[in-house]
Design a protein around this ligand. Structure first.
Ligand code: SAM
Ligand code: SF4
Length: 327
């Protein structure tokens, strides 16, 4: 029986941050000097992550997404992917990455069972990409994406966060990509969390505005038969790719939220925008049976809030950064 929370949402999705380290310093995510990192000894070991997923799968979890920090920087990642794929009940394993190391890792990851990948890409212009990421080489990312396509990790989802004055003049370029490529291009609203350095109301762009601009290129056709998830999907007529809008600020998707998050140091977070955390590490690092891990997972489901109150007028920069929670 799948596990349900008190608002009758079926919880079948785990997003696991496997590291808080990153090989980039995107301006809206991290300060240039980086952030204070979790000590190595406190980061969950692969066997601990595998144990959590095994117990969660018994509770009805079917999908796992690995994220970070930058998940591809963690050693022997294909080993973890293979172990999670082999867990009975897990039907889907995916990854969110900046794509810098995909060229080398796409094939071993596909062989290990990776089904899908989301690549975060906030500019298509090499100079600007370098600026936004503070040093990233877009050439590496593009060849990583190509390699993932060749390895059959499909569909490729590109996540772009439009920020006014930084990259919003590329919204149309990203949308037009779907006329040539069968990518899912998804626009995500800039969230006022963790981005103390650059967040301001003026830089935030609503989905409504992004959508209006995309629709001005050619009429967007809504896609009804898309799987559940936070994105609402559209396409241009005859386009191979699709366009998605993710609106954490203007259209909360809390009513259909099916996920729990786990930070790289083993804290269960029932909601991205709530600081409630349940520490799994004491149970994992002592001689406790799986039933205790199960109890903590059930507790996280039980305390999962009905929704969040984040909006673009209120700053949530006190919340942990996405690189810490696992975006
Ligand atoms: N390093 C990987 C990457 O960049 O895809 C995975 C971790 S990153 C924290 C996950 C996602 O969080 C990225 O798509 C990034 O754009 C997004 N993100 C980080 N800070 C954000 C913010 N303040 N608003 C919206 N998205 C944010
Ligand atoms: Fe690193 Fe991803 Fe944050 Fe960029 S968005 S700094 S790649 S964790």
């Amino acid at each position: 029986m799948p596990i349900q929370d008190k608002y009758e949402r079926v919880i079948d999705y785990l997003r696991i941050s496997i590291t808080d380290r990153c090989n980039l310093r995107c301006i809206y995510c991290m300060p240039s000097e980086g952030v204070k990192l979790i000590q190595h000894k406190d980061i969950l070991r692969y066997e601990e992550i595998i144990r959590i997923v095994r117990v969660a799968a018994d509770l009805g979890v079917r999908k796992v997404r690995l994220t970070g920090g930058e998940p591809l920087t963690r050693k022997d990642l294909p080993h973890l992917v293979a172990a999670i794929s082999a867990i009975e009940g897990i039907e889907d394993i995916s990854l969110t990455t900046n794509g810098l190391l995909l060229k080398k890792l796409a094939r071993p990851l596909a062989a290990a069972g990776l089904k899908r990948v989301n690549v975060s890409l906030d500019s298509l212009r090499p100079e600007r990409y370098r600026e936004i990421t503070r040093g990233g080489d877009i050439g590496e990312v593009l060849s990583g994406i190509e390699e993932a396509e060749k390895a059959g990790i499909l569909p490729i989802k590109l996540n772009m966060v439009p920020i006014r004055g930084f990259n919003d003049d590329e919204i149309e370029d990203f949308a037009r990509l779907t006329l040539k490529k069968d990518y899912d291009v998804r626009f995500i609203e800039f969230m006022p969390i963790g981005a103390q350095e650059i967040w301001s109301h003026e830089k935030y762009i609503s989905t409504e505005e992004i959508r209006r601009r995309v629709d001005a290129i050619a009429p967007l056709i809504p896609l009804k038969l898309r799987k559940s998830g936070p994105a609402r999907y559209f396409r241009f007529e005859n386009a191979p790719g699709v366009i998605g809008f993710i609106s954490p600020i203007t259209h909360h998707f809390c009513g259909s939220c099916n996920r729990l998050r786990i930070t790289s140091d083993g804290k269960l977070r029932p909601c991205l925008f709530s600081e409630t955390e349940i520490d799994l590490k004491p149970a994992l690092r002592s001689d406790t049976p799986d039933s205790e891990v199960e109890r903590l997972l059930r507790l996280a489901v039980e305390v999962k809030p009905e929704g969040h109150s984040i909006n673009y007028e209120k700053s949530f920069t006190h919340l942990k950064r996405m690189s810490k929670i696992g975006g």
